[in-house]
Design a binder for this molecule. Structure first.
Ligand SMILES: [Zn+2]
Length: 425
């Protein structure tokens, strides 16, 4: 290509984006499970890690024009991943209050929540359910630089059966609500998977059993047949997508695992058979064990239905006990909070709960970095800071493997080589 004089002038004026060198006192490496001293990370002009060295004698190859960022006495680690968020939800508008707002109001809520999530150190999220392809829109706007937010893996609509957790069940029969996410046969679900993928879904989210915050269903009841979930899994896997199922109830969890789903969301009433099946099939559990505290403390004030609060009371503690048992049994657990059910941006509050209920801090951090990246099918991109991965970095003042609550207050965040939050904010 021949450059015109004007184009050449522009190139010289703006300059090629330079490399960035990030240094700090310590680095937590989730893959090795170790804290290493004096890391030097060279980030290339595409926002990817070019090299990472540690130790006093490290001498990396640093480009002469590189921008330097020395963070001082902090611990840096890979950007955090939340496997279960709803960016377009606001828990303070629960129950029927949502009806006061126009449809696209929730897109705007999602834009604000995306920024909060990123500033909280979560550089990647899996958004497992939103309406109107909002999560795809927000992802596109972030990628084009219109708004700030994490990398988003969108599920678009969560799909389910008539009268199930993902259907709008809070209206009388005379009120017709658009339900493009509902099917009632294996063929119907196959068609839904194809449609969602066509419009941007990168993971398929299915409401397999009843839920807590939905009206009229019982939390443990299975809502899709084995044949239906099998059709979804076969179709999604054929298209290269993973399947996440919302499942509190035992029978639904186990039929889902037998059908080959990839992640079980909530998993509250999982039993020994579930643990065996999950391990045999290599599935992960995503257990949102912080939000019970928020729902029980704030739910009534926020307008959560009384029957939902009763369901939360019945299942919240049980879910934490199941988390401890699943961990002891060796089930793979990943970090997913259901943020949206509690305020987005407070995602990191779950780390302390995971440690309280049986994980080591190292395991909890892995669940939100390297292990989450594997479950996302993005292990080549995110979740660790080896060369070739995105330079998504969080800094905390202290040792998060001694105190995971430090992750609730990151002092600095980098996403794809771009500084999100300045030091000492
Ligand atoms: Zn959810």
């Amino acid at each position: 290509m021949k450059l015109t004089i004007a184009a050449l002038g522009l190139l010289i004026a703006t300059g090629a984006p330079a490399a960035t060198v990030v240094t700090a006192a310590h680095l937590f490496d989730p893959v090795k499970g170790l804290t290493l001293d004096n890391p030097i990370i060279v980030v290339d002009d595409k926002g990817r890690v070019q090299s990472l060295v540690t130790g006093n004698n490290a001498r990396p190859n640093i480009p002469a024009d590189a921008k330097r960022i020395d963070l001082g006495d902090v611990t840096i680690l890979p950007g955090l991943i939340d496997m279960h968020v709803h960016l377009t939800a606001d828990p303070t508008l629960s129950g029927y209050q949502g009806l006061e707002y126009t449809d696209n109001f929730w897109t705007v809520v999602g834009v604000a929540n995306a920024k909060k999530t990123l500033e909280a150190g979560f550089t990647t999220v899996r958004n497992v359910g939103s309406s109107n392809y909002d999560d795809v829109a927000i992802k596109q706007a972030i990628e084009h630089g219109y708004v700030a937010g994490p990398r988003i893996m969108p599920a678009t609509y969560a799909i389910g059966a008539t009268g199930g957790h993902c259907n709008s069940t809070e209206f009388p029969p005379s009120v017709k609500v658009d339900s493009p996410n509902i099917a009632n046969s294996p063929e119907g679900f196959r068609a839904l998977v194809r449609t969602l993928r066509k419009y941007g879904a990168e993971v398929i989210k299915v409401c397999m059993t009843g839920g807590v915050l939905s009206k009229t269903d019982s939390v443990g009841a299975q809502q899709l047949s084995y044949e239906e979930i099998k059709a979804i899994v076969d179709e999604a896997h054929m298209l290269g997508l993973r399947v996440a199922i919302h499942a509190h109830g035992t029978a639904g969890i186990n039929d889902g695992l037998r059908a080959g789903v990839d992640t079980i969301e909530h998993a509250s009433l999982a039993d020994d058979e579930s643990f065996k099946l999950a391990k045999a099939h290599g599935a992960w559990f995503t257990m949102d064990i912080y939000d019970d505290d928020y729902i029980l403390a704030e739910g009534a004030k926020n307008g959560v239905f009384a029957e939902s609060l009763a369901k939360e009371k019945a299942v919240g503690l049980k879910q934490r006990q199941t988390f401890r048992a699943a961990h002891a049994a060796g089930v793979k657990l990943i970090f997913g909070t259901d943020a949206g059910v509690y305020p987005n941006g407070l995602n990191a509050r779950q780390f302390a709960k995971m440690v309280e209920w049986g994980m080591t801090p190292v395991e909890a951090i892995r669940a939100a970095t390297s292990e989450a990246a594997i479950a996302l099918n993005r292990a080549d991109d995110v979740g660790q800071l080896t060369p070739g991965h995105y330079a998504d970095i969080v800094a905390v003042s202290g040792d998060p493997t001694r105190d995971v609550r430090l992750l609730e207050k990151p002092t600095w965040v980098l996403k794809g080589g771009q500084v999100v939050t300045a030091p000492g904010r």
